[in-house]
Design a protein around this ligand. Structure first.
Ligand code: FAD
Length: 462
């Protein structure tokens, strides 16, 4: 009899299993994939960041090396070798989780799990008994009507297929201007593809601060991206290794087509709950097909919890990890906690885009008086030395209390810098607290301090 069986070994599930084992519980984790780590390590965060890193290095060598007096033969792409580097990066990380499972004495039950009812998890022919179950089965790419994905064919693909294309396409259509589409679109744009993004809405990266949306689109356009905004894709068809995408303008008018070597469908993700037997176990779902949970990650069935991409909230690895730790703590009789107001989001393009807390529009909607401090990277010496003067830091604070409500950064190292604001928000800091904190020079983080200074008596370097 286990104390806990976790279903799914993605960042939610494996972190939950490790924390529960650290707290003294007898734990097993079921994973149907050949390797641990879930979407994130196998076909998500990690392989995409490996390709983003490699393609960024290529871009730097072509665009900026000469400017710094680094000359020599032009760097070329060996796609097979780059894929090998990506696979090795994934492999070392998934093996790392295997090591952590052994270290923490967690049993990996290999296979696909079915919940037979509270306390009973079937894997293959065997039924395992447990006091608690955590569902951490993650998500999968959402389908788009009229567009059939064939990852093996390499022409119309989803994010999984886009990570392992047989060759670098000369042209690519990305359907959906969200995080995954723009990151993977960036990879192929830097590797030489002409990238066209078709988006239904009128702004890219839905839900982000409007100033960031505008600046980010401008930056990507400078990098060669084309955008077709306010257009609904109706179909995509493959013929002789090429695809034709048909779309209709939202405001009316004739349908139009665009041709490409590759089409990436990145219109969102949906919870993955196939074959889990939730019906039989009586676990309730939300209207959007996610597992319904309370504030303590408990479902309506006693002893069954759920975390990560299969429950409501942002589909992010670190959100899943936080929920994994907190749920393990609740099961072990402690007080698990996740602060959903302070979950950062990062887009790992170049420049990076990062955000935490409220956008300016959302802050205004709360009805409170707000103030906005902005600082451009053009005034930051370190950023300029890296040819990264485009972009800015924007901090939103309560006008009466000076408390930081949110921050939005587009610029170098944005994904690292955002954590200073996260810590500030966790501690209920004011913008002045950040402004009065000495920041090392020359760092890009000085731009965060300057944006905080802009909320008081003024930034220095503008
Ligand atoms: P998952 O990682 O999806 O893991 C669920 C696991 O459960 C899977 O391994 C699956 O095989 C297993 N499983 C499912 N059903 C069963 C069953 N019945 N029995 C046994 N096993 C089962 N997030 C970020 O925060 N940062 C990023 O940079 C980032 N980049 C991404 C890039 C791409 C291309 C994609 C697709 C996603 C990216 N994400 C990123 C999102 C991130 O991958 C997910 O939010 C995260 O993996 C969710 O974790 P999870 O544990 O909930 O589920």
């Amino acid at each position: 009899m286990y104390d806990l069986i976790v279903i799914g070994a993605g960042p939610g599930g494996y972190v939950c299993a490790i924390r529960a084992a650290q707290l003294g519980l007898k734990v097993a984790c079921v994973e149907g994939r050949e390797t641990l780590g879930g979407t994130c390590l196998n076909v998500g965060c990690i392989p995409s960041k490996a390709l983003l890193h490699a393609s960024h290095m290529l871009h730097e060598s072509h665009e900026n090396f000469d400017k710094m007096g680094l000359t020599g033969a032009k760097v070329k792409v060996d796609w097979t070798k780059m894929q090998g580097y990506k696979a090795e990066t994934v492999n070392t990380n998934t093996k790392g989780i295997e090591f952590l499972f052994k270290k923490n004495k967690i049993d990996w039950l290999k296979g696909w799990a079915e919940i037979e009812g509270a306390g009973k998890v079937k894997v293959g022919d065997e039924v395992h008994e447990t006091k608690n179950i955590v569902i951490a089965t993650g998500s999968e790419p959402a389908a788009l009507k009229g567009v059939e994905v064939d990852n093996a064919g390499g022409v119309i693909v989803d994010s999984t297929g886009a990570l392992m294309l047989p060759k670098i396409p000369k042209s690519m259509v990305v359907i959906g201007a969200g995080v995954i589409g723009l990151e993977l679109g960036s990879v192929y744009a830097r590797l030489g593809a002409e990238v066209t993004v078709i988006e239904y809405l009128d702004a890219i990266t839905p839900g982000m601060d409007a100033d960031i949306q505008k600046q980010f689109q401008k930056t990507l356009q400078k990098q060669g991206f084309k955008f077709i905004m306010g257009a609904a894709v109706q179909s995509a068809e493959t013929k002789k290794g090429k695809a034709t995408v048909t779309y209709a303008p939202k405001k009316g008018g004739d349908a139009e087509t665009v041709e490409a070597d590759c089409v990436l469908v990145s219109t969102g993700r949906r919870p993955y709950l196939d074959g889990l037997g939730l019906d039989k176990a009586g676990v309730e779902l939300t209207d959007r097909g996610m597992v319904k949970i309370d504030k303590h990650w408990a479902t309506n069935v006693k002893g069954i919890y759920a975390i990560g991409d299969c429950v409501p909230g942002p589909m992010l690895a670190h959100k899943a990890e936080d929920e994994g730790m907190a749920a393990a703590e609740v099961i072990a009789g402690k007080a698990g906690h996740v602060n959903y107001d302070v979950i950062p989001g990062v887009i790992y393009t170049n420049p990076e885009v990062a955000n935490v807390g409220l956008t300016e529009a959302a802050a205004k909607e709360t009805g409170r008086k707000i103030k906005v401090g902005k600082f451009p990277f053009m005034g930051n010496a370190r950023a300029k030395a890296m040819f990264m003067g485009d972009g800015f830091v924007k901090i939103i604070a309560d006008a009466e209390t000076d408390r930081v409500l949110g921050a939005h950064i587009i610029g170098p190292n944005a994904g690292e810098m955002i954590h200073e604001i996260c810590v500030a928000m966790e501690f209920g800091a004011s913008a002045e607290d950040i402004a009065l904190t000495c920041h090392a020079h020359p760092t890009t983080s000085e731009a965060v301090r300057e944006a905080a200074l802009a909320l008081g008596d003024g930034a220095i370097h503008v």
